[in-house]
Write a protein that binds this ligand. Structure first.
Ligand SMILES: [Zn+2]
Ligand SMILES: [Zn+2]
Ligand SMILES: [Zn+2]
Length: 156
């Protein structure tokens, strides 16, 4: 949050929370919102949730903070093909394990799955090992998503 907005909140805010806290809290609030959601939220969705608690945080700040968080690797930004970027915690929502995505390009349904098939785990392990060696790169995470038609859409 820009310093100007911080000042406008009045002395009492500074007294209880401190401006420094308020500036970083934009990040914390967004991480909190994402950790409590089991859906893939757009910037607008996040804004709506943040807004009820922190009416001073504008949509521009949300966009900017989301960019910072994704460049820090704390969140992932997805394009599921519906024209809106969506976000989720890099580690997955609280209590939800690392997952992969199946994305229906017709109805935009997103299936989060954690029940990986054996071939997938095997392939990923091999690939990560090989890439680490070849590029001398320590791999800490990955994003896997497959596009196609869900069972409903495939029937039509
Ligand atoms: Zn994975
Ligand atoms: Zn579908
Ligand atoms: Zn997901």
């Amino acid at each position: 949050m820009p310093r100007g907005e911080c000042r406008r909140q009045g002395w009492w805010h500074g007294k209880f929370r401190g401006c420094g806290y308020r500036i970083t809290s934009g990040r914390e609030v967004i991480l909190d919102v994402l950790s409590k959601s089991s859906q893939h939220l757009s910037a607008e969705d996040i804004y709506m949730k943040v807004h009820t608690r922190y009416p001073n945080i504008g949509l521009t700040t949300i966009y900017r903070t989301l960019d910072v968080l994704s460049s820090l690797g704390l969140i992932f930004k997805f394009d599921f093909g519906d024209g809106r970027a969506r976000y989720e915690l890099a580690e997955g929502p609280k209590g939800v394990h690392h997952h992969h995505h199946l994305i229906c390009t017709r109805c935009n349904r997103i299936i989060d799955y954690t029940d990986f098939i054996d071939e997938e785990v095997e392939l990923l392990n091999q690939t990560e090992k090989g890439l680490s060696r070849k590029y001398d790169f320590k791999i800490t995470n990955h994003l896997i998503q497959f596009y196609g038609l869900c069972s409903n859409c495939a029937k039509k």
